[in-house]
Structure formats: structure tokens, C-alpha cells
Design a protein around this ligand. Structure first.
Ligand code: KIV
Ligand code: ZN
Length: 391
């Protein structure tokens, strides 16, 4: 049985760009959009055209440039927002208007100051209008996870009646838990989607409790078929679900998550690096998949295992995500195997006695120095008169 497709909706250029310090200029957005297209994302959300002239120009430029991917533009459920998004997408090969409104009582009362009925009314109108400009309409119920489920389903049913075919369930404030979110997705599926195969449930999870990826995967297992995510997990506050993590989780754990994406995983690392260069900051060293240490092994036992067979400590190869080479970091926890291997790489074939002496000097140095570089190893050898066999 072939695996079911999950669509990857990348919002690095929209939600990602909204996070502090992550703003990008037009050229940078177009460069990143080209890379996202090549990476194989299905949808690029290029901006929120009513928000600024810069966002409008970015959506327009990405739509003109990226012809092999769907380009989405975000808008609220007001006439001027929808018209601005439609205008920005005019030249897109595959346009998608993505309209949203909050559905939780707290947002209705304090932010929108509207009744539930008013929100449904304005949402219906917005979808109807959007349908004049694009075939594909996505609707997001902002703060869905803190909304009354009955009302949420009522809003979704109304937008489906008006012609929206992608129903996005955002965990806007990163509040939900995987089991809860799974239940919510199943409820929307049962009460709203039913037998309709043309309707896709999408999820958009924020990472305030560090659960964005877990929640997205739970949703997919419960029937969602689009994940909204960002490169390096950037996004509002604690960020969005990270694209590299959701994709590799489905890839590595296909036994339990039998879903496929169009992502060329070997381009993951270079995409992450490009984003880091553009926004001027990288990911934490221990970040899954793309962090500097994600494939680095320091502890001696681990290094020995990885040298003997990478499967001992690696659940995916660095090459599978485009990380150049396995990095064995030499530090105070490293063992003789890793040291011998590094010396070999440097052109020194040490016999057992020499290795033992080198290892003693190395551990003494490692107690004083955090990272040991190749030059340090060469100096250790040079300082040791016993190393006559240096190649
Ligand atoms: O977090 C959120 O609810 C959003 C929506 C606009 C999809 O970003
Ligand atoms: Zn968001």
C-alpha cells in the first residue's frame, strides 16, 4: 500500500518573518522562495499583502518567480484585505488566498468585539469574494484550540459551503497537547469533512510549550493532510513547527507514520543555512536535524560505536539531510578510537604504544581545553619524542 501524501505549507516568509529579528528584504525573500521551491514544498506563503507595501511586493515577486509551486497570500476576512491579497497574487501560476479570523470567545470579545454570528457572516462574505479571484481558498480559524468546538465546526461548515477547500486548524498560542489535538482533528473530520475528498484539513502549530512538531504529527495521524511549518522553526514568539523536524520524523519513522512529502531531504541543511545567513542568526547547536551538533558525537563510547557502525547512534545519516560529513568532536569525553581515526585522517598511523601515549597527552590537554583542533593534535605528536613513526 502506498503512503499517503502530506502537503508541506511553508510559512517561513510570512509567520517566520513575523518573529523578532527575522525580517527579510524583497531580494532575500525571492532567493529563499526559489530555494523552498527547489526543496519541494507544496505551498509557499509569501506574505500578508495588506500588512505593508513590502509584503505586497514580496508576494507579487514570489508569485512571478515561483511557477512550480502554489503561492499563498494571507488576509483577514475583510473586503480590502481579500482584494489586496488577490491583487498581489494576480500573476501567480497557482494562487491560493488564505483568509483567517479568530474563533475563540476570548478573541471575539477582546480583539474583534464581534458576536459569533457576525464573525460567521463576515467570513462567508470574504470566502465568496475570494472565490472570484482564486480556485483555491484556505480558511484558518485563529486560536482554534481554545475555541468552542461546536462553534468551530459551525464556522468550518459555513466556509465549506462558500467554497473553501482547505480548513486550517491553528494552535495559535501553542497551548494544545498531542492527544487533545488529535481528538480535535478527528472531530472536525467527522462533523465537517465527512465523505468529502476535496476538503483538506491543515494544521498550524506554535511552539510555546515545545510541542509544535508533536502536535503536527499527532494531527497527521488523526487525518490532517497539510502541515504548516517553517525552516528552522522560526515564527511568532517560540516559533512554528519546524519543517525539517516534521519531514524527517515522517521519513525516519515511516513505520509508524506512513506518509510521504515531496521534500528533497538532501536540501534541508542548505536551506537552513541559507535562512540563517539571510536573517543573521543560526539555530541552537543542539537543534534537531540542522544544529551544529545534530550529528556530532563526542563521548568515547558513542564515537567508537559510530565508527564501527553509524547505526549505533544515528537514526538517519547526515548525508540524508545534506549535512556535509559526520563530525566527531574531539573533547574530554572522546576515546582512543576517535583519536586514532583523526590521526589517520591527518596522515599519522600510530601503533598501539604511540596511541596510548598520544591519548594520555590528549586527555590532559582536554581537561584544560574545551575543543581540541587538528593543530593541537599535531603539536602533541611533535612534543612527544617517542613518536618516531609519524608519517
Ligand atoms: O498562528 C496563527 O493562528 C496564524 C494564522 C494566521 C494561520 O498564523
Ligand atoms: Zn501562526
Amino acid at each position: 500500500m502506498s503512503a499517503e501524501r502530506v502537503r508541506i505549507f511553508d510559512t517561513t516568509l510570512r509567520d517566520g518573518e513575523q518573529s523578532p529579528g527575522c525580517s527579510m528584504n524583497l531580494d532575500e525573500k525571492v532567493r529563499l522562495a526559489r530555494k523552498l521551491q527547489s526543496l519541494g514544498v507544496d505551498i509557499i506563503e509569501a506574505g500578508f499583502p495588506i500588512a505593508s507595501d513590502g509584503d505586497f511586493a514580496a508576494v507579487k515577486a514570489v508569485a512571478a518567480e515561483c511557477r512550480n509551486v502554489t503561492v499563498a497570500a494571507l488576509c483577514r476576512t475583510s473586503e480590502q484585505d481579500v482584494l489586496r491579497a488577490a491583487e498581489a497574487l494576480r500573476a501567480a501560476a497557482h494562487p491560493r488566498i488564505h483568509t483567517f479570523v479568530a474563533t475563540s470567545d476570548i478573541h471575539l470579545e477582546y480583539k474583534l468585539k464581534k458576536t459569533r454570528a457576525e464573525v460567521i457572516g463576515m467570513t462567508r462574505k470574504a470566502i465568496r469574494l475570494a472565490r472570484d479571484f482564486a480556485e483555491e481558498i484556505e480558511f484558518s480559524a485563529e486560536d482554534a484550540t481554545r475555541s468552542d468546538v461546536g462553534y468551530l465546526c459551525e464556522v468550518f461548515a459555513a466556509v465549506v459551503e462558500e467554497g473553501a477547500t482547505i480548513l486550517n486548524v491553528p494552535d495559535t498560542v501553542g497551548y494544545t497537547l498531542p492527544n487533545e489535538f488529535s481528538e480535535l482533528i478527528q472531530t472536525v473530520r467527522r462533523r465537517v469533512v465527512g465523505e468529502r475528498v476535496d476538503i483538506t484539513i491543515s494544521v498550524h502549530c506554535h511552539n510555546d510549550l515545545g510541542l509544535a512538531v508533536a502536535n503536527s504529527l499527532a494531527a497527521v495521524a488523526a487525518g490532517a493532510r497539510q502541515i504548516e511549518c517553517t525552516i528552522n522553526g522560526i515564527g511568532e514568539r517560540a516559533g512554528n513547527a519546524s519543517l525539517e523536524e516534521v519531514v524527517m520524523a515522517m521519513n525516519v519513522r515511516a513505520d509508524s507514520l506512513p506518509f510521504e512529502t515531496r521534500i528533497d531531504t538532501r536540501q534541508i541543511y542548505s536551506t537552513s543555512q541559507l535562512l540563517s545567513r539571510v536573517i543573521g542568526f543560526g539555530v541552537q547547536p543542539n537543534k534537531a536535524i540542522v544544529g551544529r551538533n545534530a550529528f556530532a558525537h563526542e563521548a568515547g563510547i558513542h564515537q567508537h560505536g559510530v565508527i564501527s557502525n553509524p547505526l549505533c547512534y544515528e537514526i538517519m545519516t547526515p548525508e540524508s539531510v545534506g549535512v556535509p560529513a559526520n563530525e566527531l568532536v574531539l573533547g574530554k569525553h572522546s576515546g582512543r578510537h576517535a583519536l586514532a581515526l583523526r590521526y589517520e585522517g591527518l596522515g599519522y598511523a600510530l601503533d598501539a604504544r604511540e596511541l596510548e601515549a598520544a591519548y594520555r597527552s590528549f586527555t590532559e590537554l582536554a581537561d584544560r581545553k574545551k575543543c581540541i583542533y587538528d593543530q593541537d593534535l599535531i603539536s602533541l605528536i611533535a612534543a612527544e619524542s617517542t613518536f618516531s613513526a609519524a608519517a
